[in-house]
Design a protein around this ligand. Structure first.
Ligand SMILES: [Zn+2]
Length: 71
């Protein structure tokens, strides 16, 4: 009876080449840092776009929701 049991399917691990993994790791980290900067830092104490308030207004609700200091 136990001889009729199906062989267990072994999961095949996803193996990325090292350069591809580093690309995704660095790209994700840079993207996350950019999002963090524009939501939490930009147009608080300083801004990369000067006196223009478009970035501030665009992420304003997210800034308050996440508890970053605003006004
Ligand atoms: Zn605000």
């Amino acid at each position: 009876m136990s001889s009729l049991s199906a062989p267990a399917a072994l999961p095949t691990p996803v193996v990325l080449p090292a350069t591809k993994a580093v690309f995704w790791l660095v790209g994700t980290a840079l993207f996350a840092l950019a999002i963090y900067y524009f939501i939490g830092v930009d147009q608080g104490a300083y801004s990369v776009f000067g006196k223009d308030m478009h970035v501030h207004e665009f992420v304003h609700d997210a800034r308050h929701f996440l508890g970053f200091p605003c006004h």
